[in-house]
Design a protein around this ligand. Structure first.
Ligand code: SAH
Ligand code: SF4
Ligand code: F3S
Length: 436
C-alpha cells in the first residue's frame, strides 16, 4: 500500500510555499496526499512569531499522538528551527524535527528519525524536485528568505537566518512553469522581499522580468520593509502594468519613539513620505499594514499616534497583534511590559479603526469596474468569490464563470470584508478606481 502524507501549515505565506514544496518532495518519493486523520506521515509546518502560534504545535502533537493509528510526526518550520531537539525532549511522539532551510533532506530524515536544523551551504531549492504543474491560479513564489533587520520584537532573523536571495534565472524559470501550469497571478515572497538582490538584479528588476512572461495577468510581492522601498521599486509601480496597485507595507506603530525602540529604522514621517512617493507613482495604490499594540513602554499617547496613522493612511486592510514577548529577542527583557488587559483594550480600539478604514475603502470602490480573479466557491449556488486588483474579496454570481477566470465586474455594493460584483457583458473600456 502507498504511504501517505499530510502537511498542516501555520504562519506566513512563506510557510505556505514551503508546505507546497514539501508536498512535491514527498510525492516524488512515492507518498500520496491524505487527510490529517489518516496520513502515515504528518508534517506540522510551524510558526514561532507569537507565543500562541508556537503553542499550537504542541497541542497538535498531543492530538496526533492519540490518533487510533498514530502517524509519524514531523515538526518543520520556525518552531523547529527555534527549539530544535528540545521539541523531542518535550514531545517524544515527534519523530523528525526539520528547520526551514533543511527540509530538502526530509526523505533521509524520515528513514532515520532525528533533528536537522542546520542552515546547510547547499541551497535547498537546488535539491528540491521541480514545481509540479498545479492548477493554482494564484501562486506563491519564494524569491528571498531570511531577515537582517532585527526588529527588537521579532524571532524571524533567528528562525530564518540572514537575508538570502535565489538566482533570478531560476526564479524566472519557476515563474514560467507556474504560468504554464495555469497561474494567472504570482506573488513574490520574502521575509523582506525588497532586500532581494542577485548581482545587478533588484526586486524591481525581477518584477520587470517576471512581468514580461506571456500569460501572466497579475504580479504582487510581499512583505516589504519601509527602509528598502528603493526608487526603482517605487517607479515600477507606475510602469509595470501587471504589478497590482496594492502594497503591504507594515509600519508596526505610529509613534516614532516606539519605532526607535523597535529598531525599525524608519520614523512616522519617513514612512508617510514613502507613501506620498508611491501614490505619486501609482495614484490608485491601496495599502495594507501590520501593527503591534502593547510594545514594552508604549504609552496611551504612543498608542493614540498608532490609531491616528491608521486613519491618516486609510489602509484598505491591516493586521494587528498584541505584543508577544519572544524568547531571545531584545524587547522581551525591556522594562515597561504592558499588562494584558491594556493590550486587549488597545487591540479592540485599533481593530475598530482598521475596520472603519476598510469599509470606507470598499465603499469608495462601489460604482467602479475591475477584473476579479475567481478563486473559490461562494456560499450560494452560482456564486464565486475572487480578488480585485486591490485584494478585496468580491462575490460574483455568474453561472458561466469558473474558478480561475479573470472576469470584469461592476462593483455594486460594499461590506466591511467584501464587495458584490456584477459581471460586465459589454466591452466598454474599463473604468478605473478613483484615487484615494
Ligand atoms: N517580515 C515581515 C513580517 C514579519 S512577521 C515584516 O517585516 O513585515 C508578521 C508580523 O507579525 C509583523 O509585521 C509584526 O506586526 C508581527 N509580529 C512579529 N513579531 C511579533 C511579536 N513578538 N509580537 C506580536 N506581533 C509580532
Ligand atoms: Fe521581523 Fe523586522 Fe525582519 Fe520583519 S523586518 S521579519 S518584523 S525582524
Ligand atoms: Fe511564522 Fe516563521 Fe513565517 S515565525 S510568520 S512562519 S517566518
Amino acid at each position: 500500500m502507498t504511504a501517505t502524507y499530510h502537511v498542516k501549515t501555520f504562519g506566513c505565506q512563506m510557510n505556505v510555499y514551503d508546505s507546497e514544496r514539501i508536498g512535491e518532495l514527498l510525492e516524488a518519493e512515492g507518498y500520496a496526499p491524505a487527510g490529517i486523520d489518516t496520513a502515515d506521515v504528518v508534517v506540522l509546518n510551524t510558526c514561532h512569531i507569537r507565543e500562541r502560534a508556537a503553542e499550537k504545535t504542541y497541542s497538535d502533537v498531543g492530538r496526533l499522538r492519540t490518533r487510533p493509528a498514530a502517524p509519524r510526526i514531523v515538526v518543520a518550520g520556525c518552531v523547529a528551527q527555534a527549539e530544535g531537539a528540545e521539541i523531542i525532549a518535550r514531545a517524544p511522539a515527534v519523530d523528525v524535527v526539520v528547520g526551514p532551510n533543511a527540509y530538502h533532506r526530509l526523505p533521509a530524515l524520515l528513514a532515520t528519525g532525528g533533528v536537522d536544523t542546520e542552515m546547510p551551504p547547499e541551497p535547498k531549492f537546488d535539491a528540491l524536485p521541480p514545481r509540479r504543474a498545479t492548477a493554482g491560479h494564484a501562486a506563491f513564489l519564494t524569491v528571498q528568505e531570511g531577515c537582517d533587520k532585527f526588529c527588537t520584537f521579532c524571532v524571524v532573523p533567528y528562525t530564518r537566518g540572514g537575508e538570502v536571495s535565489r538566482p533570478a534565472e531560476a526564479l524566472v524559470a519557476e515563474a514560467r512553469a507556474l504560468v504554464a501550469g495555469g497561474a494567472k497571478e504570482i506573488t513574490l515572497l520574502g521575509q523582506n522581499v525588497n532586500a532581494y538582490r542577485d548581482g545587478e538584479v533588484t526586486v524591481a528588476g525581477l518584477i520587470r522580468r517576471i512581468a514580461a512572461l506571456p500569460g501572466l495577468a497579475r504580479l504582487r510581492y510581499t512583505t516589504s520593509h519601509p527602509r528598502d522601498m528603493a526608487d526603482d521599486l517605487i517607479a515600477a509601480h507606475g510602469e509595470v502594468e501587471v504589478l497590482m496597485p496594492y502594497l503591504h507595507l507594515p509600519v508596526q506603530s505610529g509613534s516614532t519613539r516606539v519605532l526607535k525602540a523597535m529598531n525599525r529604522a524608519h520614523t512616522r514621517d519617513s514612512y508617510l513620505r514613502i507613501l506620498d512617493r508611491l501614490r505619486a507613482a501609482r495614484p490608485d495604490i491601496a495599502l495594507s499594514g501590520d501593527f503591534i499594540v502593547g510594545f514594552p513602554g508604549e504609552t496611551d499617547a504612543d498608542f493614540a499616534e498608532t490609531v491616528r496613522i491608521v486613519r491618516e493612511v486609510g489602509y484598505a486592510q491591516a493586521y494587528s497583534f498584541k505584543y508577544s514577548a519572544r524568547p531571545g529577542t531584545p524587547a522581551a527583557s525591556l522594562p515597561g511590559q504592558v499588562p494584558e488587559d491594556v493590550k486587549d483594550a488597545r487591540l479592540a480600539e485599533l481593530q475598530a479603526a482598521i475596520g472603519d478604514c476598510a469599509l470606507a475603502f470598499n465603499r469608495a470602490s462601489v460604482g467602479t469596474r475591475c477584473d476579479v480573479l475567481l478563486d473559490r466557491p461562494g456560499r450560494r449556488p452560482g456564486q464565486l468569490i475572487g480578488k480585485s486588483p486591490w485584494l478585496q474579496s468580491v462575490v460574483v454570481t455568474d453561472p458561466a464563470a469558473r474558478i480561475g477566470d479573470l472576469v470584469p465586474v461592476d462593483l455594486t455594493d460594499a461590506q466591511p470584508n467584501s464587495l458584490t460584483g456584477v459581471p460586465v457583458t459589454r466591452t466598454d473600456p474599463p473604468l478605473t478606481r478613483a484615487a484615494a
